[in-house]
Design a protein around this ligand. Structure first.
Ligand code: SAM
Length: 261
């Protein structure tokens, strides 16, 4: 069955997204490896090293980061490792926030395997990216990340406004998301065939859940192009440099960044 949610309301979309991620939570990490043939790990590594967390410590305060739609922790754990190992800087704090308690529970469980010094720089928060709770104060964060999350939001402009609200002036918004392969027809053809045929089938075989993976593929299709999304970021008040984005693997994924002036 296709969800075809062009006709559904925002709250219906939210319920649907909640259902999808509750049912995929347990198989999520394994499925990412299957579906992307492991490439999501390289994209995430590149995303995190490009942000270089821990490179600066604002006046002895910990560098404060929020990983929105942080799910099972892939980005936050890499950020901690990068800061501790690459920059020898333990003075960072990351909040993993996600709307879905099942995804957060898997993240919490996985975090127990991290060194204790990483765990003390980590907290978890159940929150909707479109309406972050008041405890995330205005102008309080150095870095806001969202990885493979934003295409699931019902109201992307609202989430971008929230990102802008909670970042300090000079703070960075960074998004890793599936995008459009526009300049490589052959790669695009292979990728489309892979995503529309293989991914739902792998979802069926590995997770016994064809519909959820079908939804994930369709949500990629509906997400705006690199330029459209960049324009939304600018519209929310961020400054971008150059094109405002970087393509990964020919545009299968892209990184967008913006700075709060
Ligand atoms: N960031 C992780 C990663 O890169 O592997 C997880 C990405 S997962 C594909 C998408 C996540 O977005 C899910 O955990 C889902 O619960 C979360 N999500 C969907 N809508 C959300 C919203 N409105 N607010 C916060 N999180 C949301």
């Amino acid at each position: 069955t296709h969800f075809g949610y062009e006709t559904v309301t925002e709250s219906e979309k939210q319920d649907r997204v909640a259902g999808v991620f509750s049912s995929v939570a347990e198989s999520y990490d394994k499925m990412n490896d299957f579906m992307s043939l492991g490439v999501h790990r390289l994209w995430k590594d590149h995303f995190v090293s490009s942000l270089n967390p821990g490179a600066t410590t604002p006046l002895g305060q910990p560098q404060r980061m929020l990983d929105v739609a942080g799910g099972t922790g892939d980005i936050a754990f890499r950020m901690l490792r990068h800061s501790h190992v690459h920059n020898a800087n333990p003075n960072i704090h990351i909040t993993i926030s996600d709307i879905n308690p099942d995804m957060l529970a898997v993240g919490r469980q996985r975090s127990l395997r991290l060194p204790a010094s990483y765990q003390s720089g980590l907290s978890f928060l159940e929150a909707n990216a479109e309406m972050l709770p008041a405890q995330i104060r205005d102008n309080s964060l150095d870095l806001y990340t969202v990885s493979f999350g934003i295409r699931n939001f019902s109201n992307i402009p609202a989430a971008l406004r929230e990102a802008h609200r909670v970042l300090k002036p000079g703070g960075v918004f960074a998004c890793l998301e599936f995008s459009k392969v526009d300049h490589y027809p052959l790669l695009n053809a292979i990728y489309k065939r892979w995503s529309f045929s293989a991914i739902p089938m792998i979802g069926q075989l590995v997770a016994a859940d064809r519909d959820s993976y079908q939804y994930l593929v369709e949500s990629i299709e509906r997400f705006p192009s690199q330029e459209e999304f960049r324009d939304m970021i600018v519209h929310a008040g961020f400054a971008v440099s150059g094109d405002g984005y970087e393509n990964l693997t020919g545009g299968i994924a892209a990184i967008h960044k913006g700075i709060k002036p």
